[in-house]
Each structure stands twice: as C-alpha cells, then as structure tokens.
Design a binder for this molecule. Sequence first.
Ligand code: GCB
Length: 586
Amino acid sequence: MLRPQDGPTRERRSLSGLWRFRLDAEGAGRTDEWWRSPLEKAVDMPVPASYNDIYPDETIRDHVGDAWYQTEVRVPASWAEQRVVLRFDAATHRAAVWVNDVQVVEHTGGYTPFEADVTAQLRPGAANRVTVVVNNELSWSSIPPGRIEDQPDGRRVQRYFHDFFNYAGLHRPVWLYTTPTTYISDISVATTFDGTTGVIDYRVEVDGPLRVVLRDASGNEVAAAAGAVGTLRIPDVHPWAPGDGYLYELEATIPGERGDSYRQPVGVRTVEVRGQQFLINGKPFYFKGFGKHEDAAVRGKGYDDALMVHDFALLDWIGANSFRTSHYPYAEEVLDYADRHGVVVIGETPAVGLNLNLGGGIFNSGKRPTFSPDTVSDDTQQAHLQAIRELVARDKNRPSVALWCLVNEPDNIQPEARDYFRPLAAEARHLDPTRPIGYANALMGPPAECMITDLFDVVLLNRYYGWYVGTGDLRTAETALEDELRQWAGLHDKPIVITEYGADTYPGLRATLPSPWTEEFQVELLDVYHRVFDRVDAVVGEHVWNFADFATSPGVFRVDGNKKGVFTRDRRPKTAAFRLRDRWHS
Ligand code: GCB
C-alpha cells in the first residue's frame, strides 16, 4: 500500500481536524446504525489524537469498547473522474468505517494503515458523512493481548500485560486521495553495491507498460528503465548512511493521458550481520539511543509534527544515532524523518506482553503457562503474523529501518515458545530477506534456558540489574551484567544490542549518595552499564529505557507513569541526559 501523495495524477485531502465523537460502552451504535445520521449527543474530538485525555472525564479516559467518530467532507466535483480512496494511517486497535450509508472497510491492528476504494460511495461535489467506530478492547486473540475484567458494579476494566497506557482512537492522519483508474498500487525496492555503483532492484505493482526514472537529491536524472520489474545502476552512488540520510527519488510512470505516476524515495544502503558485528554499508555500526514511545500530555499517542521534530532534535542534541519503535510501529511521518536524516531505526511490531510471568519488567509470582489454548494461542499467532506482514509491507522500502524486532519480552523458556515463534521468524525472513531479525529478551529468559534465540540474527536484551533485580546494589549489578553478557556472547555468534536498561528517576529528587529514584542513581546506573558494554566486544549497541517519561496504567511502582525517561514527559533533561551527551558525542 502506497502512502497518499500529491502529484500530476494524484491529489490528497487531509481529514485532520475536529470530528464528532461519542462513546458507546453498550455497543448500541452497531445495532442502531449510527452511521446513517449525524451522531447524536456528540462532543468535539481532535484527529489525530488519543481520545482518552482530551476531556477531564474518567468515563472517557477509562472507556472500554466502541467509540464513534464522524465528520462531513466535501470534495470537488472534478474528483468524479478519478478513483477515490479513504485511508486511515492508524485506528487503535480495530475499526469499521462507513461512507454515507455503506460500510467500506474493517481493520484490526492499531498501528498500521488501511484503506478502502470509495469511488462508488463518495459523492464529489456534495456533502458526505464519514463514520468510524474504533474499539480498544484487547483479548487473547489481539496483538498486543489483554483481558477484560467485569467489576461488581457492572464496569468493564481492561487489563493488559504491558505497562504503557492503552491509549485509543484515531492516532494518525486520515486522508482522502485520488488516483487515476489505472494506477500504481505498490513499489518495492532493495539496494546493494557493486563497488562504487549503487544497485536498486525495483518491482512496481501495475498492469501494462511502465517507465522508471531515478533522480538524485538535486533532481538530476541518474538512471532509467522500462518495465514493472528491473534494476537501476547508479555509478558513484551517494549511499544512505547513519548521519547522512541521502535519498534518491524513483519516479514510476504509467505513460499516457490517463496514466499514473508515483515518487518513491530510495536510500541505497546494505545491512548485514557478520559474526558478532552489525554492519551498515559493510562498516561496523554501534547503536546509541533509546527505546521510545509515542506519548505526550493531552494528545496521548496522537501524532504531532512539533513533538516529532522536537524529539529528533533532542536525539541529535544528545548524540543518539538510532532508536527502537518500542512497542509498535510509529507514525509514517517519524520514519520519513529518520530516512531523511540518517537516523537508524529498529522497527518493532505491536507484540508486547506475551509473557504471563512478567508484567512491565516485573516478575509475577509462580510459573503460568503463556502458551495455551486459553492464553497465547493459535489465534494470537495469526494476529501476530498479520502484524508482521503489515509492518513489513508498510516500511520495507525505508533505509532507516535496519532491523525488525518481532516481539518484546515474550516467554522464551516455555518449550511451546519455539513452535509459536518459528513460523513468525520464517515469515519475516520470507517477506524481507534483506534485513536481520531479533526479539527483545527479558531478564527472566536467560541464555541457558532460552528456546528461541537461534531463530534470530541479533541478540536484543532488556536488562534491569540494580533496578528490578538487586534494587540499589550497583556493585552486584556490574558483575551480574558482565557475567550474563559473556554467557550470551559465548553461546551465540551474534551481535548483542542492549535494547533496554535504566532506572525510574523522579526529576528533581537529588541525593549525595545515589539511591533509587534520584537523578544521581540514574547517572550511576548508566555508568555501570556503560563500563560493562565497553568491556564486552559482542555488544554493538545501547538503547536506554526510555527516551522520555510516559503514561502507564496505575501501579504502585509507577508515579504518574513510568519515570525511566532521560527526559521528562515534557522533554526537559534529567541529569543523566548530560552524561549520555558526553558519552555519545565523544
Ligand atoms: C520492560 C518493558 C518496558 C517497560 C520497562 C519498565 O522490560 O519492555 O515496556 O516499560 O520494562 O520500565 O518496566
């Protein structure tokens, strides 16, 4: 699926703005057919945004079930000549959509786009109603999973096995766009080098003749070809590289008056795992950065240009070269920016919380079966496969994405884990043979007991020695961490990226002797980890948890959310930010 774009044959209309909004805890809207008329008893709701924190109203914040959005749209009469598509960049976690009285699409999965051809339903030149019902329920057959508890007072409460708040709604822009009736439906590129020549293998989904032109960043034509499948060669190529987001532009054109054209950015680079090294363009790459979240006050997970650019500016300020889209695919605008600025991305699926013995980095008592017909089951696996397919389909052409992370902190020691993950790893490799894959391993799945690491290319470790384990004891943390990293390096000839390490830190809480929750402790803990990383050659990256403080569900170990941010939720630096800046710039 291609992103909407403006061009000689295509036109976009953003539906961002205020929509009408109404909660529907009882599910009446589907039986009473609320899409047939203007939504009654509605309030204004901004799109894009999570709906949860817009009003000071706990029935909205803690809502479980359907929520309805509706807007009215008019497009020019000239659109009658065109094919018209309605696209949602995301609707969390599932949605059904009507244009006027007709349902046009349904989608499950809260962080990937979906669209419908609405040429037959949308009346150009007239007023049209667009109605969406989004549903935020998580179950054992959703990714991420969850379960709903019925309270004695009749309320339904959503429980889930990850700590970040279950924000919901229309988190990303909504578009109407046109294409000609004969149109380009997808483009795939894969890049390599032949000496100093860049090689782009392309495939365009189209029936009939096609022309392809490649231009450099100054707009000069550097290669051309004919046909839907082919190879372009660029002598003296300017590679895409970390810190140098150089992009070419591939323009595919269906010739003729009723033809189509589409511009696809292309960064020429290779990614490879060789022994315990992670190579970009054949050179060892060391990941410096963070696990992040899409999270901010008021808008929740709603996409925002200002916040996005600011976050990248802070990454640059602190000397980071990469981040992980923990724990779901981020807005496409974020990936565009990373592509254009040479920021390396670990792209993660929304699979988080597939571990019944762990919750938000904390051990639960006892051993419970994660994989069973009543918990993580074949249904979960199907949803997980679909999430992988949609992520790869969306981001396959992005030079910034160097590695796929298929799941965060799953149960990796129950024997069934192998049967669950083997088809997932195989599918990811089949869909994208050009990128390595990994999964983020939790502390309770140590090297000797892990059933699945051999299915992956890179060892990704989330570690909390000195925080969740041996809280406050940084001396033991240092030896335990080093000991464990050496075990991994000895067992697997694979590079290790530390995808999480950190400590909750209440901004402004200071102490002469570092103790948990103080700013000094966060600094000391990072120092300890960095000393160890520098001693273990197999470690090729460090992603601190987290870039910024973020909202969570309530918990006794959460003070107004997760406070492991190096920046506060409003993006002010804690003391640790300056320490990281010194390290990462040196
Ligand atoms: C983890 C999880 C992350 C949590 C973090 C924590 O291991 O991967 O989602 O937020 O721990 O702070 O507990």
